[in-house]
Design a protein around this ligand. Structure first.
Ligand code: ADP
Ligand code: MG
Length: 571
């Protein structure tokens, strides 16, 4: 796991080397400074040799300058390093998420994926920003400072060594408390945010029930809870800062008094006493760092583990090694004895046999839940069949690259997913490099041009979050315009007009009929009037394909379809 973590440093090894070596030099200078002061006090001060003192002063000044610069390097480039690693991981995670199959998203909560991107990457980032170099430097300074102190005076060093564990214990204790307080605070702010999100996205419902006061009082409760948690965390912080301050002053005093006594007995020089006091301060930094890392490390590593688990989840559906790129399919689709079930679900499809000739329009009808949408999801390989096979132009679709297969299948569904942005961007989603002329032509064929012309901003109109500012019919027409741009040989219309009123449906039906021309089209329809002109109608029930034939043939037959027809038209 740690080796894998470090593998993310490899692309940035130069930055790491610069950061790490600067940190080592800073630590060495920090350790050397008290020694320099000691020498200054013991060997220079008594003789009052002013020119030398001035030169030493200038020398120390230069060294301080260098140290300051290197500290800048450590902070700035160290964080740069961390941010680079974090960015790489985030990118990798996003790319991986894009590749996952439908099954993965069926079984994974969106919030779960979001928290990988936010919480976990944040924790990993914290660790990557300071982790390895800080850990190394802290241990080095800690051991180095003690080593030097022991060489100067064993007794005084022992006194410090006895008190330091108390300091470490105190810091660890405070960190634990702090951590708990922070966790509570994060939970509470998450609740506050959830309330805001809920009420804002549901504001139309809130206002239509005139429940604003209820929402406000609900929010007030969460807001106050957060305030309480935040105050507690500041209380812990204040306690922690002041008690650590007190203890370090205590160590300093102890060194001063015991050191004075040793000095009195001729066992310690004045310079050595000053050096000791300075070393107490040198020690504080690594102790602080180490105890912070004791918390950061497990958190970051736990986040990293979840991150790698996600990265290691192979997409269920991917190209076979010998997959072929088929740039232009004719659209002759065959389902041979197809069986399928969703995970933890009873069998949805069983022994489905169906042949759709290139250019044919086939309509699926049948009760909801029968598996019509499922059949259509198998053709672009959103899921793989469990039994049997699906072929297009005689080739098993598992042998065709996912990209060439899906780029030749267009799907229009009942609810159209639009992205926040402009009309133009949403239409162009069907073909990202479409020219303005292409877009205008597609909009015209989708009967959108009058609507767009009536807007002051035309194609640049912002459609609101997920197309909030558009009607159902307008959204559907955008979906159709996308299809005209994509221009796939195979088209799937899954209840594309079911959510619309009859009048709108009529207009859209016209556009859909034009869209279906010269393509293999699979239509799932609710209202039977919309499929009158289909070449063939397939009645799907939970038992499988029950009837198959032209409209007139099925009416004639007097079976399920004829019955459905009678119910819808009361004839
Ligand atoms: P239809 O389109 O004919 O109304 P579907 O193909 O959508 O039916 O659904 C067929 C069956 O599969 C239903 O029982 C439905 O509950 C189930 N189902 C559909 N999608 C999923 C899914 N993603 N995960 C699990 N079960 C599903
Ligand atoms: Mg359906």
């Amino acid at each position: 796991m740690i080796r894998r973590f470090f593998s993310y440093y490899i692309p940035h090894k130069k930055l790491f080397a610069a950061d790490f070596s600067s940190a080592i030099v800073v630590a060495i200078l920090e350790l050397a400074f008290p020694l320099a002061v000691q020498w200054f006090v013991d060997s220079l001060l008594p003789y009052g040799d002013w020119p030398t003192i001035v030169w030493i002063g200038i020398g120390l000044f230069v060294i301080y300058g260098i140290s300051t610069f290197l500290q800048y390097v450590v902070h700035y480039w160290g964080h740069n390093l961390g941010i680079n690693i974090e960015t790489d991981m985030r990118q990798q995670l996003f790319e991986h998420t894009q590749k996952q199959s439908f099954k993965y998203f069926d079984n994974t909560k969106t919030g779960h994926i979001m928290s990988r991107f936010t919480n976990d990457l944040f924790d990993i980032g914290e660790l990557a920003h300071h982790g390895p170099e800080d850990m190394f430097i802290a241990f080095m300074t800690f051991i180095g400072a003690f080593w030097i102190m022991f060489t100067i005076n064993v007794k005084l060093a022992l006194v410090i060594l006895c008190i330091v564990p108390i300091l470490i214990g105190l810091i660890v204790f405070c960190n634990l408390k702090m951590n708990k307080a922070w966790k509570q605070m994060f939970r509470d702010i998450a609740d506050v945010n959830a309330r805001v999100e809920d009420s804002v996205s549901g504001v139309r419902v809130v206002q239509s029930f005139t429940n604003e006061r209820f929402e406000i009082s609900r929010f007030n409760k969460e807001n106050k809870k957060f305030r309480k948690a935040k105050i507690l965390s500041y209380k812990v912080m204040a306690f922690s800062l002041s008690s650590i301050y007190m203890l370090t002053r205590f160590i300093t005093l102890a060194v001063l008094v015991y050191g004075a006594w040793l000095s009195f007995n001729g066992q310690l020089s004045n310079g050595e006493l000053v050096a000791f006091i300075l070393y107490v301060n040198v020690l504080l930094k690594p102790i602080d760092k180490i105890s912070a890392l004791m918390e950061l490390y497990p958190k970051g590593m736990a986040g990293f583990k979840r991150f790698t688990e996600m990265i290691d989840t192979e997409p269920e559906i991917k190209d076979a090694k010998d997959a072929i790129h088929v740039p232009s399919l004719r659209g002759d689709i065959s389902l041979n004895n197809v069986g399928f079930r969703y995970e933890n679900h009873k069998r949805v499809l069983n022994g489905i046999d169906l042949h759709v000739r290139a250019g044919e329009t086939i309509a699926f009808v049948g009760p909801s839940g029968a598996g019509k949408t499922t059949i259509c999801s198998l053709i672009p390989r959103f899921y793989d069949v469990e039994e049997g096979a699906i072929t297009i132009d005689g080739i098993d679709i598992r042998k065709i690259t996912k990209e060439s297969l899906r780029s030749q299948i267009g799907i229009v569904q009942q609810d159209v997913f639009l992205f926040t942005g402009t009309l133009r961007e949403n239409i162009a989603y069907g073909m990202l490099d479409a020219s303005d002329e292409d877009i205008a032509a597609a909009a015209k064929r989708a009967h959108l041009e009058h609507f767009i012309a009536s807007l002051p901003d035309g194609y640049e109109t912002q459609i609101g979050e997920r197309g909030l500012k558009l009607s159902g019919g307008q959204k559907q027409r955008i979906a159709i315009a996308r299809m005209f741009l994509k221009n796939p040989p195979i088209l799937i219309l899954d209840e594309a007009t079911s959510a619309l009123d009859t009048e709108t449906e009529l207009i859209i039906q016209e556009a859909l009929t034009e869209l279906a021309k010269d393509r293999t089209t699979l239509v799932i329809a609710h209202r039977l009037a919309t499929i009158r002109n289909a070449d063939r109608i397939v009645v799907v029930t939970e038992e499988g394909i029950a009837e198959e034939g032209t409209h007139d043939e099925l009416i004639e037959k007097g079976g399920i379809f004829a019955n459905l027809h009678r119910v819808q038209y009361r004839r």
